[in-house]
Design a binder for this molecule. Structure first.
Ligand code: NAI
Length: 342
């Protein structure tokens, strides 16, 4: 009998509740020992109590230190600040781990197995932005400040390097733009090179590449990379790029990990265009749940879940519309659950 694990569950906005229900059904079939505390955030939080990140939700994560989260809607331009960014800051979730693995063979790129590790708290995402008014134009000039610290870069690079060693990655590539942003991304590069020399040399191969060249190389020959580690904005962009290499956002999971809390989610957003229609692909969140099982040291259940998803897609040929199939969320989930039980 496995010890119960308290965890916060945030269904989120748009397709969130549909894919969260699907994922919980798969976890229940596995017998995963999570005891869920359901909480709201995002647009749901605004509608229920005028707050995209209600205090009760924060309190729950403070207690459980572990959450599975559906996507949260953020208005573009004005409106409230992203609840996702606030959650990362509140719980100091400095590492964003986004694996991309081919699970549907025969796409444009086959046999991809890559992981992007993104610094999650610093850089250009710190929110120090403002406009300067000139004459009658209040938005005549837009300014943003990026801040990277040696300590922040170092803890992220250490996390990435440790993860590379623990998961048997052969090569880690630091992605930067130190030729132009010499201080902001040069510091990250310098810290990574120093850390490798002092603690990790010989444990894996270390390479460095400029972000623009990296984007091109990823499209021409993604197999030359194994793990990419980079600053916040570059990591945000590259992790979507690598998700595209393996068939899109519908199958890309992500983990936000800090020293003493972790939040697991799909990389995609709330998909308002298909919300409530029963069409959403729940794989990304199911794979995030598999990362959560690894995190709580239940790797056998994680493997069982990943295998059930692979077999549903490739043996049973049950696929949702975004992967070229005809199944809806419910049919796909039923197929995964019966694979788990078989
Ligand atoms: P999106 O990822 O929600 O949708 C982009 C496209 O991919 C849409 O056509 C959508 O239908 C499709 N798609 C996404 N997930 C899918 C799934 N599981 N199955 C099938 N198709 C899927 O991106 P968009 O439209 O830019 O953002 C919508 C909202 O989500 C925004 O408010 C945004 O701020 C928020 N968002 C939240 C994230 C989070 O909570 N981690 C991450 C990204 C966006």
């Amino acid at each position: 009998m496995t010890t119960p694990i308290q965890a916060t569950l945030i269904p989120g906005d748009g397709i969130g509740p549909e894919i969260v229900d699907a994922t919980v059904a798969a976890l229940d079939a596995l017998g995963a020992p999570f005891e869920w505390d359901r909480q709201i955030a995002g647009l749901g939080g605004v509608q229920a109590c005028g707050d995209p990140l209600p205090e009760a939700t924060l309190q729950s994560i403070r207690r459980t230190r572990l959450a599975l989260k559906g996507p949260l809607e953020t208005p573009t331009g004005g409106g409230y600040r992203s609840s996702n960014v606030r959650l990362r800051e509140e719980f100091q979730l400095y590492a964003n781990l986004r694996p991309a693995r081919t699970i549907v063979p025969g796409g444009r790129f086959d046999k991809i197995d890559l992981v992007v590790v993104r610094e999650n708290l610093e850089g250009l995402y710190i929110g120090h932005e403002h406009y300067v008014k000139i004459d009658n134009d209040p938005h005549a000039v837009a300014m943003a400040t990026g801040i990277n610290t040696r300590a922040g870069g170092r803890r992220l690079l250490e996390f990435a390097f440790d993860h590379a060693v623990a998961t048997g990655r052969k090569k880690v590539t630091i992605v930067h733009k130190a030729n132009i942003m010499k201080a902001l991304t040069g510091l990250f590069l310098e810290t990574g090179l120093e850390l490798y020399e002092s603690k990790y040399k010989g444990k894996f191969e270390l390479d460095t590449v400029i972000i623009d060249a990296c984007a091109m190389k990823l499209v021409l020959n993604p197999w030359q990379f194994d793990m990419l580690v980079t600053t916040n904005l570059f990591g945000d962009i590259l992790s979507d790029l690598v998700a595209g290499l393996v068939g899109g956002l519908g199958i890309a999971p992500g983990a936000n990990i800090g020293t003493d809390a972790a939040i697991f989610e799909a990389v995609h957003g709330s998909a308002p265009d298909i919300a409530g229609k029963g069409l959403a692909n729940p794989i990304a969140l199911m794979l995030a749940a598999a990362m959560m099982l690894d995190h709580v040291k239940l790797p056998d259940m994680a493997t069982k879940l990943r295998t059930a998803i692979d077999d549903t897609l490739n043996i049973d040929k049950v696929r949702t519309g975004d992967l070229g199939g005809k199944a809806g969320t419910a049919e796909f989930t039923k197929a995964v659950v019966s694979r788990i039980r078989s």
